[in-house]
Design a protein around this ligand. Structure first.
Ligand SMILES: Cc1ncc(COP(=O)(O)O)c(C=O)c1O
Length: 389
């Protein structure tokens, strides 16, 4: 055990267990551990480090802003979060209103409160969906193992099978305040719904006067090769929640409302001390600028296709398919050995994630290079052989 792991065990709460690796620095899609060993980072801080590690645009924006005005609270206007809200609305393509917070769970908490403000009692979300671990977000989360230890949860939320239009249509009625959905279920292992599912969800919610809240915490900010995954699906939600890639490694989340949904929260009904902090907002602006300037959406779409095709063409007996979009990719396994695949990959210097027992997830920095993608594909057969039971 390395020296940092020993200190971790002594001082940190045990909710994460002790991580197997202590990282000390990063550059692009590479990180180095405390012994100086280099890893290819195909997880990017769980779909967070959109520009990779130590990107000069983020370093410059954060350094400049912290040296100018680091924090004021929301009792005062500062320019960076305002510019960021304007930019997000421009990218989302519609007028709306933005509330900043510090994480994905908080973005969904805000959306949950907006749903309550409709006056309707019920919320529908998807089985196996992940929306965060605070008590409201956990009530939305459809993974029983995460819910059970903390029951009773916030009432009024029920879950339907993801991707099942008939089940959704049967569940949504005049008492439904909102339907919460991920465009692709990230923590469930990059699960893509059947074609047309999000459009059907839009039609069903619109017909019954319920809000459609799309949780783009994991799929937003270029991850799937579009600015936002719902744009690929051609739907217009009432609310979009964002975090992860938005700050490129700094903690910032956003809840964006459109139309009547944008007006649901009134003065005094919600707030956060740090939300929209100018330093995090400056980082987010640098992320958005760089994605646009470097053509990263096209890069993500192309590289994602290349990796997907490369994995499929291996024809390895442990692989039964590939799921996801852009650089949110799941390798589907014929056996529940995702943890072994993750460990084998780490052994050869590649970081990936065992999202669920039979799905390995990749969510690398959007700046991953073609050469790095090839490095992964070249190593994959050996990794899979090593994990084969
Ligand atoms: C879709 C989705 N929503 C919400 C969250 C929670 O975000 P956070 O961990 O920043 O609270 C996550 C995190 O994995 C997520 O993937």
């Amino acid at each position: 055990m390395g020296s940092l792991a020993a200190r971790w065990q002594a001082a940190m709460m045990n909710n994460y267990g002790t991580p197997p690796l202590a990282l000390v620095r990063g550059h692009g899609a590479e990180v180095w551990d405390e012994d100086g060993r280099r890893y290819l980072d195909l997880l990017g801080g769980i779909a967070v480090n959109a520009l990779g590690h130590a990107h000069p645009a983020v370093v410059e924006a954060v350094s400049r802003q912290i040296a100018t005005l680091g924090h004021t609270s929301n009792l005062y206007i500062t320019e960076p979060p305002l510019a960021l809200a304007e930019r997000l609305l421009e990218l989302l393509g519609r007028p709306g209103r933005v509330l900043f917070c510090n994480s994905g769970a908080e973005a969904n908490e805000a959306a949950f409160k907006m749903a309550r403000r409709t006056g309707r009692p019920n919320i529908i979300a998807a089985e196996e969906a992940f929306h965060g671990r605070t008590m409201g977000a956990l009530a939305l989360t459809g993974q029983q193992s995460k819910r059970t230890p903390f029951e009773p949860l916030t009432p009024g939320v029920s879950h339907v099978p993801y991707g099942d239009v008939a089940a959704l249509a049967a569940a949504v009625d005049a008492d439904t305040a909102a339907v919460f959905l991920e465009p692709i279920m990230g923590e469930a292992g990059a699960v893509t719904p059947p074609e047309g599912y999000l459009r059907a969800a839009r039609e069903i919610t619109a017909a019954r006067g319920a809000l459609l809240v799309l949780d783009e915490v994991q799929t937003g900010i270029g991850r799937t090769g579009a600015w936002f995954a719902h744009q690929r699906a051609g739907v217009q939600p009432d609310v979009v929640t964002l975090a992860k890639g938005l700050g490129g490694g700094l903690p910032i989340g956003a809840c964006v409302g459109f139309g009547a949904a944008a007006e649901l929260l009134e003065p005094g009904q919600h707030g956060t001390t740090f939300g929209g902090n100018p330093v995090c907002a400056a980082a987010a602006l640098a992320v958005l600028d760089t994605i646009a300037a470097e053509g990263l959406l096209e890069h993500v779409a192309l590289l994602g296709k290349g990796i997907t095709t490369g994995v499929e063409e291996l024809g390895h007996p442990l692989v039964r398919g590939v799921d996801g979009a852009g650089l949110l990719i799941a390798i589907l396994l014929t056996e529940p050995v995702a943890a072994a695949v993750m460990e084998q990959a780490r052994e050869v210097g590649i970081l990936i994630n065992n999202a669920v027992p039979d799905r390995v997830r990749l969510a690398p920095p959007l700046v991953l290079t073609e050469a790095q993608a090839r490095e992964f594909l070249a190593a994959l057969p050996g990794i899979l052989d090593g994990a084969t039971p």
